[in-house]
Each structure stands twice: as structure tokens, then as C-alpha cells.
Write a protein that binds this ligand. Structure first.
Ligand code: KG4
Ligand code: ZN
Length: 397
């Protein structure tokens, strides 16, 4: 297969280049029609790893031309969590119209695209299979390169897309990246070459899972994160003393402490909540809100504590936080304390629209993979678990 060479992808600002007749509202198709194409690198992104079917077109890895998301939350709510086969059926129904909407909103035709990026890991296999099969078929039919995207790395990239200037100079590195989603919680360090090192991850539940399971125990509904965020605002975060997993106070076993410095554990916290509310039908609304606020505080404290430890250990001037749980208002507020408690200068807390699952981050990271020359082919296989192969890069330096 012959791909468009990268050096044919260059940026021309028609206004700056003196074409006064150019109207900024023109779509790419209109610019092409007039022979005034802006010649960006356009990547189509496809996301189907869990319960969102999403497609987006991103130019040059930064400019989001369109981002369409179809959420299946209502379909799964009755089951208290995502049902993989149901998710796959919904993805199958939605993927083509969502992709067409993304192209049409971007004013881009398949012939304008330079590549197709798709999430292939980690996620629910039946759900991932829909996205990867669709992307393979589309790319093959159009003669476009396929770019297999790791969903977790794409979450991290969302922070870069949101605030591209944060990594503009060499002094911004190393960057500590915290990804907190429904299925994963991990800390990474990114160097000036874009190379990602995994510092630690959860040994059991993810932070989002901790919120979702707590909401289930308290019969609040699904997904639990946003509901807990809302109710916690009315409670006292100091009313109950919930455990902070793997956050060692002074003393203890030093080698264990060292080994788990950047790892997380939230399953003990969930169990503590279970025993706190078990057989207690007498809980008042106020007590329930206090429990929720205290529980949220334990999750947030742990995340901020571990991030601060990583920032100190790596003397990192920049922190990026992303993933669905990064929408949490208490976490967003408490991350600001890193400014006083560490020497970090720049804290990038990704905009909520880019935190939860979306295809713009997939297309954006796909653009970096294109620049790195890391193409996939029809052998690309959906994978359920998170893996970070050595020398994985977040961007092309
Ligand atoms: O990144 P994401 O959209 O999907 C995965 O890759 O898992 O994250 C979804 C998770 C869910 O567990 C949801 O409860 C949580 O993000 N979440 C929140 C908030 N909004 C979404 N957790 C806490 N506070 C929120 N405001
Ligand atoms: Zn996600």
C-alpha cells in the first residue's frame, strides 16, 4: 500500500499567504474546490473501547475539526454497569452514522484524510472488535494507513491537545502524567523525547471503579463518579476516616513502601464503605452525604499524594491529569495544592470534554503515531489489558 508521504502534508495559511478571497468559514471541501486547501494532516479517529461510540477529525494532532460521541449510558444503567455484548451491538448500530457525522461536521471527505486511528487496547473485547474491524475496512477501502492507538496513552495525549503550549519548550520536562479512568489508574513520566515510563498503577480497582462501585453500594445509580461528585459537595469530607490505600504513614516496612510508592489500591476503601453502611437503614441524608464526601476525599487524597510524590522524585516542572475521573471537581481543586507543596510550575488538568472517552484524543495521538512512522496493518488485534511496550512515545519530538 502506498501512503501519502509526510512531507506532502504542510500547513499554508491562505489568509496569511495573501489569498484575500478566502473566507474562514469555508469548509475544507470548499477550499479544495477553489484550489486553496490548507493542507493540514487530517486524521479520522474511532473510539469504541467501552460504552461510547465516538468519531472525530483532528488536524495536525491539535485542531479538533469535529468530535461526535454517542453515549450508551442509558442502555447500561439498568444493569448497574457496562454489558460488553450490549455495548458491541450498540457500537455496530452507531459507528457508521457517527463516523459520517464526524466527517460532515469537519467538512472533510474521505479523500482529504491522511490516516485512520482506532483504539485497539485496552477495553472490552466485543466493543473494541467493532471499532477495529470498522477502521480496518474503511482504511483498506480508501488506501489509508491504519494507526492502532492505546486508549490510555490517548487519554494522556488529551492533556497535550488541550494545552499544547505546556510542552512547548525543553524546560517543561519531565512531565508527570496521571491517568484516572473507569478501568485504569496510573502514573507515568514523559521525557523530552516523548518517551513514556510507567511509574505505577492500581493493583486492584481503578479510581473510577471505586466511585462506580461506591455508588452501587449506596444505590445511587450508574455511573457513580458524577453522582458522587455532586452529592459530596453537600457533605463533610472529614466526618469519616476512610483508608488511603498504599499511602504509608511514617514507619512500616521500608522496602514495601518503596515498591508501592507510585502504585494505587482502592479495593480496601470500597470494603470499608461497605462495612460502614451495611445493615444501617437508619442513615440520615446528612450522614449519607458525609460518608460520600469522606469517601471521595480518600480517593482524591490518594491521587494527589501519589502525584506529588512522583513530581518530587522526578523534579517535574509539569503535571498532566486526564481520564474520566479528572472531571471530579474536588480532585481538580485539590490538584492546585501541588503548586505550593512541590516545585511544579504547570498543572494541566484536561478540559472535561476531553477527559471522558472521545475520539479526538484518538485522532490526535494517531497523528503523532503517523509522524513517528508507527503504522498498523490488518493484523492489528484488539487487546483487553493495558500494556506499555518499551519505548512507547507520546509525541514525535
Ligand atoms: O475515561 P472514562 O470516560 O472511561 C474509561 O476509559 O474508563 O472514565 C469513566 C469513569 C467512570 O468511572 C466515571 O464514574 C468517572 O470516569 N467519572 C467521574 C466523574 N465523571 C466521570 N468520577 C468522579 N467524578 C466525576 N465528576
Ligand atoms: Zn477512557
Amino acid at each position: 500500500m502506498k501512503f501519502r508521504p509526510l512531507d506532502s502534508v504542510f500547513r499554508v495559511n491562505p489568509v496569511a499567504s495573501g489569498c484575500r478571497e478566502v473566507d474562514e468559514s469555508w469548509t475544507l471541501a470548499e477550499l479544495n474546490f477553489r484550489g486553496l486547501s490548507t493542507r493540514f494532516m487530517y486524521i479520522l479517529g474511532i473510539e469504541s473501547s467501552c460504552d461510547e461510540t465516538a468519531a472525530a477529525v483532528v488536524a495536525d494532532g491539535r485542531d479538533i475539526c469535529s468530535s461526535v460521541i454517542s453515549s450508551q449510558i442509558k442502555r447500561h444503567a439498568a444493569y448497574g454497569g457496562v454489558v460488553p455484548e450490549l455495548a458491541a451491538r450498540e457500537h455496530l448500530r452507531n459507528i457508521e452514522p457517527i463516523m459520517e457525522q464526524a466527517l460532515s461536521e469537519a467538512g472533510v471527505g474521505p479523500e482529504d484524510l491522511h490516516g485512520v486511528a482506532v483504539t485497539y487496547t485496552p477495553g472490552l473485547i466485543p466493543a473494541l472488535l467493532v471499532g477495529t474491524s470498522f477502521a480496518k475496512g474503511f482504511a483498506e477501502r480508501r488506501g489509508l494507513p491504519l494507526l492502532g492507538v492505546n486508549h490510555i496513552v490517548a487519554h494522556l495525549y488529551a492533556g497535550m491537545m488541550d494545552q499544547p503550549d505546556c510542552l512547548a519548550d525543553e524546560g517543561a520536562f519531565p512531565v508527570i502524567g496521571l491517568v484516572v479512568s473507569g478501568g485504569h489508574t496510573l502514573l507515568t513520566a514523559v521525557d523530552g523525547r516523548g518517551e513514556i515510563t510507567l511509574l505505577g498503577q492500581t493493583l486492584d480497582d481503578a479510581a473510577g471503579e471505586a466511585f462506580d462501585k461506591a455508588a452501587k453500594i449506596l444505590a445511587l445509580g450508574y455511573p457513580g463518579g458524577p453522582l458522587i461528585d455532586q452529592l459530596a459537595a453537600e457533605g463533610n469530607p472529614e466526618a469519616f476516616d476512610f483508608p488511603r490505600g498504599l499511602v504509608k504513614k511514617r514507619g512500616g516496612n521500608p522496602s514495601k513502601r518503596q515498591r508501592h510508592q507510585f502504585n494505587f489500591s482502592f479495593s480496601g476503601l470500597k470494603t470499608a464503605l461497605y462495612y460502614q453502611v451495611k445493615d444501617r437503614e437508619d442513615l440520615s441524608d446528612t450522614a449519607t452525604k458525609d460518608i460520600i464526601a469522606s469517601y471521595q476525599e480518600a480517593v482524591v487524597d490518594t491521587l494527589v499524594h501519589k502525584t506529588a510524590a512522583a513530581v518530587r522524585a522526578y523534579q517535574a516542572p509539569t503535571v498532566i491529569v486526564s481520564g474520566g475521573v479528572a472531571c471530579n471537581s474536588r480532585l481538580r481543586q485539590k490538584l492546585q495544592t501541588l503548586r505550593e507543596e512541590t516545585d511544579t510550575k504547570n498543572i494541566v488538568i484536561t478540559a472535561p470534554a476531553l477527559c471522558t472517552d472521545n475520539a479526538a484524543m484518538v485522532a490526535g495521538y494517531g497523528c503523532e503515531l503517523y509522524k513517528l512512522g508507527q503504522f498498523s496493518d490488518l493484523r492489528l488485534q484488539a487487546g483487553p489489558t493495558f500494556d506499555l511496550p518499551p519505548e512507547t512515545r507520546l509525541f514525535q519530538a
